[in-house]
Design a protein around this ligand. Structure first.
Ligand code: ASP
Length: 388
């Protein structure tokens, strides 16, 4: 359809034609803008309540969270490397939306204060997401500190968190229409150049994710005292399930079964893997950093090297806050884009190739959970001994 418009509609009226298709995608972007603040508030507060509730499992919990954060940071760093090597968004320059105002560069002090926006109305917009994340974490801790009296509220947040994820899924029913609209708009306006950009994006994501798996998980498994070949053999089943279902949550039982086969004790993986499925998403962290830079390149906006640490930190936070369901990554990308002052149209642009991208993200997310679980097992004094 996009190519049909590109080659048959005269150039002068082509933008007017194409803009009708763009509206189909814009609807999704606007719905996501509306839903993001409550999603952040309820899902993050609920996650903090659950994790804090597990405090009694102190050491294991602390260690696994540290390992999860370190591996996610490395993945986000590789996302930046991927964008710098492949430069997937260069060669196409998308026009900035009319209402777009470029952000003014922040000083380091302003950067810190960026997370503490005092105006209440910011909390109801995507722009206020970093502050809202902070408030959700503080609120979660507050609820836990209430002790038994806080339990009904924790339960409420838990139910609301589920409700938000369901609501997102309802909104996602509309995705195929939005993807169709945006794909037609992009192709009819930019032609084959846009296909090339997508191709380079996927090549960048797939190759640097492979680097992450091979050069981060292999040594971790090795340190855990398990033959990496055994890990790759046992992990292949959850990997494929994750690749085809695109949901870490759905893959959880398969990941647990693999951990058991690799000889991790039940009490360890029963704690680490569900938490991992919720907060540890290396594939998603890499994707968030890479796609933020990809969108910046497409719109010809520069994100300076001095912002690399913020980019990695936000990618880690956003990946942790991302729901373990198909297609959650591009929705959470709204937070990245608004943090770096990029047009939110980027979400719909990313949705066009999301099934291919999400499959690998999810497979990587679950593989990371198990690699870290093996190492924690070893650190706790239980060297994984595979069931023969
Ligand atoms: N689908 C991914 C997962 O379930 C999350 C994402 O969209 O990045 O792990």
């Amino acid at each position: 359809m996009g190519f049909a418009i590109l080659y048959t509609v005269p150039e002068e009226i082509r933008p007017a034609y194409a803009s009708w298709f763009k509206v189909l995608g814009d609807i999704l972007v606007r719905l996501i803008k509306i839903i993001i603040p409550p999603v952040i508030l309820f899902t993050i507060t609920a996650a903090v309540c659950t994790i804090a509730d597990l405090r009694r499992l102190g050491k294991t919990l602390g260690l696994i969270l540290i390992l999860y954060v370190i591996t996610s940071y490395i993945a986000a760093g590789l996302g930046i490397v991927a964008a710098s090597i492949f430069r997937p968004g260069e060669g196409v320059t998308l026009p900035l939306p009319k209402e777009y105002t470029p952000p003014k560069p922040l000083s380091p002090q302003e950067l810190i204060l960026y997370f503490f926006k005092p105006e209440l109305y910011h909390l109801f917009t995507v722009k206020g997401a970093p502050t809202l994340i902070l408030i959700a974490i503080i609120l979660g801790i507050g609820i836990v500190l209430l002790g038994d009296r806080g339990r009904p509220i924790a339960k409420f947040f838990d139910i609301m968190s589920d409700l938000m994820i369901r609501t997102l899924r309802v909104i996602m029913w509309y995705t195929p229409v939005a993807v169709f609209g945006y794909a037609v708009w992009l192709i009819s306006t930019y032609g084959p150049a846009m296909l090339g950009a997508y191709g380079k994006f996927l090549a960048a994501q797939y190759s640097l994710t492979a680097v992450h798996v091979l050069f981060v998980y292999t040594p971790i498994v090795f340190l855990a005292g398990l033959n990496p070949l055994k890990y790759y053999k046992e992990q292949s089943e959850p990997f494929l399930v994750a690749y085809s279902t695109r949901s870490s949550a759905v893959t959880l039982p398969y990941n647990m079964a693999a951990a058991k086969r690799m000889g991790v004790r039940d009490e360890i993986f029963r704690l680490t893997l569900p938490i991992g499925a919720t907060v540890n998403m290396d594939g998603t962290a890499l994707y968030q950093a890479l796609s933020t830079l990809f969108i910046a390149q497409l719109f010809g906006i520069t994100i300076g090297a001095h912002q690399a640490f913020l980019l990695m930190t936000m990618a880690v936070i956003v990946s942790a806050a991302c729901a373990a369901v198909p297609g959650a990554g591009p929705i959470m990308l709204a937070i990245m884009l608004s943090t770096f002052g990029l047009p939110l149209e980027g979400i719909a642009i990313m949705l066009v190739v999301d099934p291919i991208s999400d499959a690998l993200r999810t497979a990587t997310n679950v593989s990371g959970d198990n690699a870290c679980t093996l190492l924690i097992s070893r650190i706790l004094g239980y060297k994984p001994t595979p069931l023969s």
